[in-house]
Design a protein around this ligand. Structure first.
Ligand SMILES: *Cc1c(COP(=O)(O)O)cnc(C)c1O
Length: 423
């Protein structure tokens, strides 16, 4: 299958090539030239999540230059080695828990699929790669965990000193081996600039085989379609109805996966974006004018995005504002309401949610109380214990996967703001 740039000025590539490339030469993002249909899927013939993932993903790699079906099956087995439970809250309402991976957030799906795919690809091409990633917290942890131990790939993670939480820092610095963590004496923007400068340095970039793993990479998007196809089929089999998904959104990579699943014919009623006080998308729906902006800091900090990087993919699907309004619904939830929703959900349902999930939960309670909905839970509440614990008045139990990681020793290298210091 061909993947084309949203800007249509770069030549089409197969999935493997698009994954290794990241951003297209014309500055656009890769999208499938056509969407495979999933209407034939029969849950009864499938026994495990990795098997299901293979069924969804294999068509995207049809006639791929480097990876065959056997490779894709092996990648799915390796990447999706943790549970993906759909928890029932009441008769019509469920929660899809995407936080059972090694770093307890949904980014594990994309990062692990990307890491396994890249490892396979460079083995076949007999070359080496260096992944360079700047992080304000969560992404770097998922990427470091996913690439740890991958052969032929080194990872350099840059994070701003004093600006990531203690638990986030652990997730960046405990790995060792092929993962190096750099604590930059500066801001997240400084870290991003160092990465950008390193990529611009053609000689260095060639020598180290620099590559990125950020959220616009096709290799992170594709696996984020799988759990929407999977859970909508599961929901339909259990309750006989097509669910709507309510998704805590920032860069809209996760929700783009849901729109792709919808386009592929999965039994989905609608897709709803819950955002925090960063209201770029609800404002666009209201005014019809798209105005990206600086982000503002909120309690749901992984969604603090003012210029969502995957919007270009949503515009590619639903460019016309009337169509966009028909397909995309979005509500904003402020910090005070995030807090009261965490409290209310614990008191009423005895269920503890993270600040990101709380945005989606609020949208459900306010607008979809009597509809078949799946709230997408993007992180384990134990990752945000300093916010959640005072609200519910008790400690959040740390899941095993996270506990193991928090007990390991940290290693990092302190650097200034010059990218030469990390090579
Ligand atoms: C990254 C992240 C989000 C936002 O996902 P996008 O794909 O950027 O929309 C939501 N919740 C958590 C916990 C995250 O880490």
């Amino acid at each position: 299958m061909d993947f084309i740039s949203t800007r249509r000025l770069s030549k089409p590539l197969c999935a493997s090539e698009a994954i290794l490339k990241g951003l297209a030469d014309d500055g656009g993002l890769y999208v499938p030239s056509e969407f495979p249909s999933m209407v034939h899927l029969d849950m009864r013939n499938i026994s495990s999540y990795p098997e299901f993932a293979f069924e969804v993903l294999a068509p995207f790699f049809k006639e791929d230059k480097y990876l065959n079906n056997e490779d894709i099956a092996a990648i799915c087995m390796d990447a999706f080695n943790f549970p993906v439970p759909l928890v029932q809250n009441n008769e019509l309402q469920s929660t899809l828990e995407l936080f059972h991976g090694p770093t307890a957030a949904f980014k594990d799906f994309g990062a692990r699929f990307l890491a396994s795919t890249m490892e396979k690809l460079i083995q076949k091409q007999n070359r080496k790669l260096t992944i360079l990633v700047a992080t304000s917290g969560d992404t770097g942890g998922a990427v470091a965990a996913a690439f740890h131990g991958k052969k032929g790939i080194d990872v350099k993670v840059l994070y701003p000193k004093g600006r990531v939480s203690a638990r986030q820092q652990k997730q960046l610095t405990v790995w060792g081996d092929n993962i190096s963590a750099y604590e930059v004496d500066g801001t997240f923007d400084d870290c991003q600039k160092m990465v950008k400068d390193a990529f611009m340095d053609k000689e260095l970039s060639e020598k180290w085989g620099l590559s990125s793993a950020n959220s616009i990479n096709l290799g992170r998007l594709l696996p984020q379609t799988v759990y929407y196809v999977y859970s909508s089929y599961l929901y339909k089999a259990l309750y006989g109805k097509n669910p709507s998904f309510i998704i805590p959104s920032g860069n809209v990579g996760n929700s783009c996966g849901a729109y792709w699943a919808f386009t592929m014919g999965a039994p989905i009623d609608s897709v709803i974006l819950a955002v925090n006080a960063n209201t770029t998308i609800p404002d666009y729906l209201e005014s019809g004018e798209y105005k990206p902006r600086q982000s503002i800091a909120t309690l749901a900090n992984a969604m603090d995005v003012g210029a969502p990087s995957n919007m270009e993919r949503l515009f590619d699907l639903y460019g016309d504002i009337d169509l966009f309004r028909k397909m995309v619904k979005s509500w904003s939830v402020d910090d005070e309401t995030i807090k009261s929703t965490i409290k209310e959900t614990y008191e009423n349902e005895n269920y503890i949610i993270c600040p990101h999930t709380a945005c989606a939960q609020r949208v459900r309670l306010d607008h979809f109380k009597d509809s078949p909905t799946i709230v997408v839970s993007t992180a384990h509440p134990a990752k945000f214990e300093t916010i959640v614990e005072p609200l519910i008045g008790k400690t959040v139990e740390i899941p095993e996967n996270l506990k193991e990681l928090l007990n390991k020793e940290s290693h990092f290298i302190s650097v200034g703001k010059d990218y030469h210091e990390i090579f």
